[in-house]
Write a new protein. Structure first.
Length: 342
């Protein structure tokens, strides 16, 4: 009897998660289309649809296809990417504070982005090179952290891994700061805005590469949802049901690093999304990764879209990087959590 009740409870939880995800998907679409009308030149929702389907005047077409849609699509993809990466890392390490930022992965990617800015110029030709370098930086960071925190014959130690990540993050930050002294004014300005969370890669070549990147690695991670559910219950339990924990850990971690690195490369330093998105999603849909992944992705996307709409639509916020506003909007939620748990 208990077995059937548990199955019924799990079914209801999954059903609830699907309904919430449908609502979040609809909300994301609404926010996206509202964003098409935010800016100096107003375009009505009706005109947005008309322009998208081949109509509209030349000003509407230029505003929509050259400025607003690229920025909104980039924001959407970065939000989705950081939401997926955040859930993956938190489940792998059994720690709700784990994210690409706290593990030093974002800083590893950032160090290589700094190196790229110092050696090359940002142009459309960098659409492939930049995410590859960011991935190399993120992977190098992940490999070093894994090597220093996991002993050959012992289990994975999440606390040791997070502490190693924090240490590596500090080291990358120091090296990056030293490198910044060699940059000229334009390079320095670009890097400062990137570090603050500036949606800079608003070019269709960047966006198409990021979309393909997310589709490949995101699909692999979602395919591993059940595996992550087992790992989330404990490494020993996962081993007991026949899962090769270290192998699956490496595959999922690699995909999460690839996603966060590409998102960071094109969108700027939005690691906070990888922390806040999964937190809110877990409160709404529970811990089943089959519904948690889409919920976290959509919540992170909504957060960054709303933040970017405020930046583009409110005069005194127009020069503030979107990432700063994401952090400002997210901090009250963490304060609420601290008060509630305290």
């Amino acid at each position: 009897m208990k077995k059937y009740l548990l199955k019924f409870k799990n079914y209801n939880s999954l059903k609830k998660g699907i309904i919430i995800n449908v609502f979040l998907f609809a909300l994301t679409i609404v926010v996206f289309f509202i964003g098409c009308n935010v800016g100096q030149y107003k375009i009505s929702v009706l005109k947005v649809f008309e322009t998208l389907f081949g109509g509209g005047d030349k000003y509407s077409k230029m505003t929509l296809f050259e400025f607003r849609l690229p920025r909104l699509c980039l924001a959407l993809l970065v939000g989705i990417g950081m939401g997926v990466a955040g859930v993956s890392m938190q489940n792998l390490l059994h720690n709700d504070l784990a994210s690409p930022g706290t593990l030093g992965v974002s800083d590893g990617s950032g160090l290589f982005v700094t190196l790229y800015v110092a050696l090359f110029k940002t142009s459309s030709s960098s659409a492939i090179l930049l995410p590859i370098l960011a991935l190399a930086g993120g992977l190098l960071s992940a490999v070093i952290i894994f090597a220093l925190s996991v002993k050959r014959k012992s289990n994975i130690n999440p606390i040791r891994m997070i502490m190693t990540g924090v240490s590596m993050s500090a080291a990358y930050g120091a090296i990056g700061t030293i490198m910044m002294y060699a940059l000229d004014q334009s390079q320095l300005e670009f890097l400062q805005r990137w570090q603050s969370g500036e949606l800079w890669g608003t070019d269709w070549s960047y966006i198409s590469i990021l979309a393909i990147w997310l589709l490949i690695f995101g699909s692999i991670i979602y395919y591993k949802s059940r595996t992550l559910n087992a790992i989330d219950m404990g490494y020993d339990i996962a081993k007991g049901i026949g899962i090769n924990v270290k192998k699956e850990f490496i595959i999922i971690a690699f995909c999460a690093v690839a996603i966060s690195s590409a998102s960071v490369a094109f969108g700027g330093n939005f690691f906070f999304l990888g922390l806040i998105g999964p937190h809110i999603a877990r409160k709404m849909v529970g811990t089943d990764n089959r519904v948690l992944f889409p919920a976290s992705s959509l919540i992170s996307a909504i957060l960054i879209l709303i933040s970017d709409m405020l930046v583009m639509g409110v005069d005194f916020l127009i020069n503030i990087p979107t990432g700063i506003l994401v952090s400002i909007l997210s901090v009250p939620y963490f304060i609420y959590l601290l008060i509630k748990e305290g």
